[in-house]
Design a protein around this ligand. Structure first.
Ligand code: GCO
Length: 457
């Protein structure tokens, strides 16, 4: 096994090691203290949407166990905790009354982090849209972007003085394409026109939220977390190389270009622009405000070939087979070189601020045996990918920190609880937490970096 103490030498002394979670995936207590349903509560209660019809009612019961969970994070020796705030706890109907009891929970959580010397990295939207907003069309309605701006203001007024960083959205790719075009995530639509509306209004909501954060808490570094895809051509034919570029525009460019260049990608626009909602005069200006940092969530590459079907809709690609034979238990190809080429390519294409790896990790479903979880393949995955991060730093890329996904096993969206990503195992019958072999290794590594950093340039 790679000695974490030796491995640590490859990172600068102020590198931040953290762990990440998201509200709906861990909190449970879905009806407590004034919380109302989110689209994920509704979706997980529909037949055939989530494995085993699992739901978020109890999850890891973090809402009640937050103190011992923070003790666990502290004991693991990491210095950053990335978590998300549940909009349906704060403004339970999306618009309208503010729920003080919901704010109180995050107040206690953030104070609890501070008391333990752990930095608070908050995400405002990790997919739990208040269900009531679906009555107006959810993300396909422009009004949702303004509702999000108001929710942002409520958060920043109450909590902004103690946040070490804030991200507006987590993986808009998922809440746009996976949720409105591919139908896998809530609300489960399969409709390009709806998805194109969700796309622009999500981007707008990001911009409006940045405005609100700057106004209320100008000292809090603002960012956006993107699951950029390394779109690799399935062969070196000209058709596949062109397909990979279209895939880049569709899966990455529609988020990166408006935010970092103030425009939508050209080929995307000529193919689908006429089906987008009206882009109002200042929208792109609002969307493209300067950010202090961006977060990259990376798990696996995207391999694509040209779709030969006549009239195939943009991006007109089909999946190409994996190159590496190693797969995690969720079936994702393990291929660390794509993390390196992806970061290099994105910095080549865009003027990006400093980067945090805000999620990286692997799904392996080992259970507890004799009080321990031997998840060596997850540990190997971490070593391999962290090693790439160290190489990127050496090559001069501004990689400032790394958050493992995830602190503990949790509700893996459409896969329910059967897919486990935690450094810590959760027994869902007893809520007992057991630090896995990978978690012990990661703690030993993180313990070498007591300072943590946040110095956006
Ligand atoms: C994400 C998700 C996580 C998932 C993880 C594994 O941002 O993609 O935040 O919620 O659990 O990615 O699929």
């Amino acid at each position: 096994m790679i000695d974490p103490k030796l491995f640590a030498d490859r990172f600068p002394g102020d590198f931040l090691f953290g762990v990440a979670t998201a509200s709906f995936q861990i909190e449970g207590a879905s009806k407590a203290d004034g919380r109302k349903p989110s689209i994920w509560d509704a979706f997980s209660n529909m037949p055939g949407r989530v494995f085993g019809r699992h739901n978020g009612d109890v999850a890891c019961d973090h809402y009640n166990r937050w103190e011992s969970d923070l003790d666990l994070i502290k004991a693991m020796g990491v210095t950053g905790y990335r978590f998300s705030i549940a909009w349906p706890r704060i403004v339970p109907e999306g618009t309208g009354p503010i729920n003080e009891a919901g704010l109180d929970f995050y107040d206690r959580l953030i104070d609890g982090l501070k008391a333990r010397g752990i930095k608070a990295y908050t995400t405002l939207y990790h997919w739990d849209l208040p269900l009531a907003l679906m009555g107006d069309g959810g993300w396909t309605a422009r009004s949702t972007a303004y509702a999000f701006q108001r929710y942002t203001k409520v958060i920043m007024e109450r909590l902004g003085d103690r946040l070490d960083a804030v991200a507006t959205f987590n993986e808009p790719w998922c809440s746009v394409w996976l949720s409105h075009l591919y139908g896998i995530h809530a609300p489960g639509e399969r409709n390009m026109d709806a998805a194109l509306h969700a796309l622009h209004y999500t981007n707008l909501a990001h911009g409006l939220s940045v405005q609100a954060i700057r106004e209320i808490a100008p000292n809090v570094p603002v960012g956006l977390v993107l699951n950029a895809h390394e779109t690799l051509p399935g062969s070196d034919s000209a058709a596949d190389i062109a397909a990979a570029e279209r895939a880049h525009q569709f899966h990455n460019g529609v988020f990166f270009d408006p935010v970092f260049k103030g425009e939508y990608p050209a080929d995307f626009l000529s193919a689908l622009g006429s089906r987008m909602p009206k882009i109002e005069e200042n929208d792109l200006e609002i969307i493209s405000q300067k950010l202090d940092w961006w977060g990259l969530n990376y798990y696996t590459p995207m391999r694509v070939s040209d779709d030969p079907a006549p009239g195939a809709e943009f991006p007109a690609t089909i999946g190409a087979p994996p190159v590496s034979k190693v797969q995690t238990d969720i079936g994702w190809e393990v291929y660390a070189p794509a993390l390196k080429s992806l970061v290099a390519r994105l910095y080549g294409r865009y003027e990006l601020p400093v980067c945090y790896i805000t999620e990286n990790g692997a799904c392996y479903n080992m259970e507890v045996e004799n009080g321990a979880v031997d998840d060596q393949p997850r540990l190997d995955y971490y070593v391999e990918h962290l090693s790439v991060v160290a190489d990127l730093i050496q090559d001069g890329y501004p990689m400032h920190g790394y958050f493992a996904w995830s602190l503990m096993d949790n509700f893996e969206w459409a896969e329910g609880y059967r897919m486990r990503f935690g450094l810590v195992h959760v027994d869902y019958d007893t809520q007992v937490r057991t630090v896995k072999k990978s978690g012990k290794w990661y703690s030993a590594l993180a313990a070498e970096f007591p300072k943590g950093n946040f110095k956006p340039d």
